[in-house]
Design a binder for this molecule. Structure first.
Ligand code: XMP
Length: 511
């Protein structure tokens, strides 16, 4: 693969978005923290262009991130964004001023001049600003190519050197022509042709790990969720049987899910796959526990313990693999993004297993990109488009104490609900849908007899980010069908209700 853009990370909050916007244009982008790459590395890698990201600092602050000014003379085009633009101006000898009294935040009108960067961008459009300092004087040889009401230098360039700076954020959707601006930088300024495909990512990553992990034993905790599954498939392509997947089935998965995961990875892929059936063990630990946080804690701890025990049986493990994806990575916020914190689905990292390093093959990708990789690697659609599922599983959907009986009722009811939503072709119209078994019984009547059984709640939510959510307006007839089937087919549930609470005030899960 030839074309590559370097996103030089100065600690901005939109850095991953920048890389994503570049990849959307079929150009590969690589993010590197500013202090983890040198001018020499940049030159020898042969990047087609560099994007300096934003960052929370001020260029005059001694502790603020800076970069070797020689980068401006490598003959590689640069686009500086926000702090990156200020830094570019500063490095080239321009002036940056603190504008505390008139800092700009939000959407504002951008007045743009004709130039390669603004090809196809109208004279007046809307851009998104978020800054305090601003470039007050452009360096020698540079010209101003855009302004806003409060910002005399909203964009500037030295066309002959391919150096561009924009004070606003072209990577966010609020900037009306942001996509066009990034496109122009890539194709008109850097001369990219847009040849990158997801297949390239797969091939390149597999090659890289084949080399890097040669002769090493790699262990991956496979949950059956999208991320760990795709990570497994990708690493399997790279290192085959040296990848060992351990799947801890805590018995709190949805109906038949454990078998499905096993059939996929062991059956279809033929992976080195260890399934640990630990239902009894988890249920005995959970016996008598009703407090939600305590349930979660027990499951998290037990999960790690089971995983550690299995890992020990495998002998020496060199590397631990994780399905961390880009949004899981939390930046330090200091431009020193090498210090990252990984997100873990259940519990934390095992402490007892010793390993040399951790690999996270999906750490540059967004969820939809991860799904694309999964499909290209031949994972089944049901797995790749699986709805989010909490680490503690059905433990947070069986309210109160978890018993085998209640767990079974929930699994059966959930399967029926999912089947009805899918039959109606509505899986795409809701982001998460499931059954919750309440810890209360109510009276019913069946035939001529009185019944007394559990109350089951159906829950479906519509959301972008799961931080807030609306309850999904599922059609009444679908709800009716699911309710009828659940009460008819499952002995022990007498009443079905639909959860019409949004988040906030409720959460998506009941516990
Ligand atoms: P809440 O209930 O917090 O859920 O509104 C938001 C989203 O997060 C999922 N969820 C979890 N995921 N471990 C996870 O991996 C957990 O402990 C957990 N709790 C909730 C939930 O399913 C929803 O998608």
């Amino acid at each position: 693969m030839n074309e590559k853009i370097l996103v030089l990370d100065f600690g901005g909050q939109y850095n991953q978005l920048i890389a994503r916007r570049v990849r959307e244009q079929r150009v590969y982008a690589e993010i590197k923290p500013y202090n983890k790459i040198t001018c020499e590395d940049i030159k020898s890698t042969g990047y087609k262009g560099i994007i300096f990201t934003g960052g929370p600092n001020s260029v005059y602050d001694e502790k603020s991130p800076h970069f070797d000014p020689k980068v401006l003379d490598l003959g590689i085009p640069i686009l500086g964004i926000c702090y990156g633009a200020q830094l570019l101006a500063f490095m080239a000898g321009g002036e940056v001023t603190g504008a505390a009294h008139k800092s700009e935040y939000g959407n504002t009108a951008l007045y743009a001049e004709d130039c390669a960067l603004f090809e196809g961008v109208p004279k007046t459009s809307s851009c998104f600003m978020s800054h305090t300092d601003y470039v007050s004087e452009v360096p020698q040889g540079f010209t101003v190519i855009a302004t806003t009401k409060n910002c005399p230098v909203a964009a500037f360039m030295d066309e002959s050197k391919g150096l561009y700076g924009v004070q606003f954020h072209p990577e966010v959707t609020h900037t009306e022509y942001g996509k066009a601006i990034i496109h122009n930088f890539l194709f008109r300024v850097c001369g990219c042709v847009g040849e990158w495909k997801m297949e390239d990512f797969i091939e390149r990553t597999a090659e890289q790990y084949k080399e890097e992990l040669k002769g090493k034993k790699v262990l991956l905790a496979l949950s059956g969720g999208v991320d760990s599954s795709v990570a497994a498939a990708l690493l399997y392509k790279a290192i085959g049987d040296n990848l060992i997947c351990v799947f801890v089935d805590h018995g709190l998965l949805r109906k038949d899910e454990g078998d499905f995961v096993e059939n996929t990875f062991k059956g279809e892929f033929g992976m080195n796959f260890v399934r640990v059936n630990a239902e009894e063990r988890f249920l005995s630990k959970l016996a008598g526990i009703t407090e939600p946080e305590q349930k979660r804690k027990i499951i998290g701890e037990e999960f790690i313990r089971v995983f550690e025990e299995e890992a020990k049986k495998l002998g020496k493990i060199d590397v631990l693999a994780q399905g961390t994806i880009y949004p899981d990575i939390i930046e330090s916020g200091k431009g020193d993004s090498a210090v990252i914190k990984s997100h873990h689905n259940v519990g934390g990292l095992p402490e007892v297993i010793s390993f040399e390093s951790i690999v996270e093959p999906l750490s540059d990708l967004f969820k939809d990109e991860v799904r694309e990789v999964g499909l290209k690697l031949g994972l089944p659609k049901a797995l790749v488009f699986r709805q989010p599922f909490p680490g503690p599983g059905l433990a947070v959907r069986v309210i109160g104490e978890i018993t085998k009986e209640k767990l079974k009722l929930n699994k059966e009811a959930d399967a029926i609900f999912r089947e009805e939503v899918e039959k109606a072709g509505l899986e795409g119209s809701t982001n998460q849908f499931f059954a919750v078994l309440a810890d209360m019984k109510s009276v019913g009547v069946m035939g001529d007899a009185r019944t007394y059984g559990y109350t089951l709640a159906l829950r479906a939510v519509t959301t972008d980010d799961f931080m807030t959510a609306e309850w999904t307006r599922l059609p009444y007839d679908v709800l009716e069908k699911a309710s009828n089937r659940i009460t008819n087919e499952i002995k022990g549930i007498t009443r079905v209700v639909y959860d019409i609470t949004s988040k906030p005030p409720a959460t998506v899960e009941w516990e």
